[in-house]
Write a protein that binds this ligand. Structure first.
Ligand code: NDP
Ligand code: OXD
Length: 309
């Protein structure tokens, strides 16, 4: 069995070392050194070149190096008969929850205003409500969103969440579907986007959605850049309707230096690092998945191609 590692961003040597500790018999090839395409039985990929996976005739599974799989489904030539497995890993989940808690607390305690005050040498008290008086909404209650929502509830926030199907999470008011969206958004003072990017969610953070948030709301996007209509977000920030935004993901990454987001006083930018995966943790599940595939057993976390996530 041979795995092709396909990523310009992730550390190929780290992944191949960790995989071989668990599966010494696995041959790991690192693209572009792939040898005979017919040898490749597994791909471990992040943003592979469109059309490349189609050239591997004996693929048994495609493993995404990320939780999101939009980088695979955007390939019109993705081999549809091969199962795509998303990354579900404890380190990825914990890091995302840390990021969300960090940014929600910063927005809640008005970190941006305090940093401006320090810059201007202004000594002025900033009184903020207790967490129990602050409503935070999490869009997407999957592996990442539900963990973040639970942690925010643990910090005392009034937490609500929104998903496609009905959910029940202790301490979280759950809404779902198009019908639940408006009720979910009303009163959300801090909105966290942890949705996957699909045809249904592209452009979801637009003027219409932002107008439904209360004045002074704060938006945190750790999903994907195309969830946001950039011009609509900038207009809501400029008009004062939004107090601020934390953006980890963008339409184009790296974010072009010409983007207004870089210099906008109300925007905090992070370079798509809300969460990253540790190979030494995620290789356990990956190796187990390869063992299962070799044994002809069903794989967990296979993406439903119709849903696209
Ligand atoms: P999951 O697939 O576990 O969860 C997705 C959630 O979104 C589910 O609750 C799902 O609803 C909901 N959802 C999907 N479509 C809709 C819709 N049309 N309307 C309402 N809710 C919807 O994904 P993860 O939690 O593992 O990951 C979420 C996303 O986070 C990834 O796809 C990726 O884009 C992003 N991400 C970003 C990272 C970063 O560093 N910035 C790192 C890792 C991930 P239901 O439960 O009903 O299916
Ligand atoms: C992911 C990501 O999808 O890092 O895991 O964005």
């Amino acid at each position: 069995m041979t795995l092709l590692f396909l990523s310009e961003l992730d550390d190929a040597n780290w992944w191949s070392t960790e995989l071989n500790k668990r599966l010494p018999e696995l041959e790991v090839r690192i693209y572009p050194e792939m040898g005979d395409p017919a040898d490749i039985t597994y791909a471990l990929a992040w943003k592979p070149k469109p059309g490349l996976l189609k050239t591997l005739p004996n693929l048994k599974a495609i493993f995404s190096l990320g939780a999101g799989v939009d980088h695979l489904f955007s390939d019109p030539d993705l081999p549809r008969a091969v199962p795509v497995v998303r990354m579900v890993d404890e380190s990825l989940t914990k890091r995302m929850t840390e990021f969300v808690a960090w940014q929600v607390l910063d927005a809640h305690r008005e970190g941006a205003r305090l940093r401006r005050q320090q810059r201007d040498k202004v000594w002025e008290e900033v009184m903020t409500p207790l967490a129990e008086r602050r409503t935070v909404g999490v869009m997407g209650l999957g592996v990442l969103g539900s963990d973040a929502a639970r942690a925010l509830a643990g910090l005392g926030f009034q937490v609500r969440g929104w998903s496609r199907s009905e959910k029940a999470i202790p301490g979280v008011a759950c809404f779902h579907g198009a019908d639940g969206r408006e009720r979910f958004l009303a009163d959300c003072e801090i909105l966290v986007c942890l949705l996957p990017l699909t045809d249904d969610t592209e452009g979801i953070v637009n003027a219409d959605l932002l107008a439904k948030l209360p004045k002074g709301a704060y938006v945190i996007n750790a999903g994907r850049g195309p969830h946001v209509v950039d011009e609509d977000l900038l207009a809501a920030l400029d008009s004062g309707h939004l107090r601020g935004a934390t953006l980890d993901v963008f339409h184009t990454e790296p974010l072009p230096t010409s983007s207004r987001f870089w210099t906008h006083e109300k925007v905090f930018i992070t370079p798509h690092i809300a969460s990253l995966t540790d190979a030494d943790s995620a290789a356990d599940a990956l190796a187990e998945n390869i063992r299962r595939a070799e044994a002809g057993q069903p794989l967990p976390n296979v993406v439903d191609p119709a849903a696209g996530y």
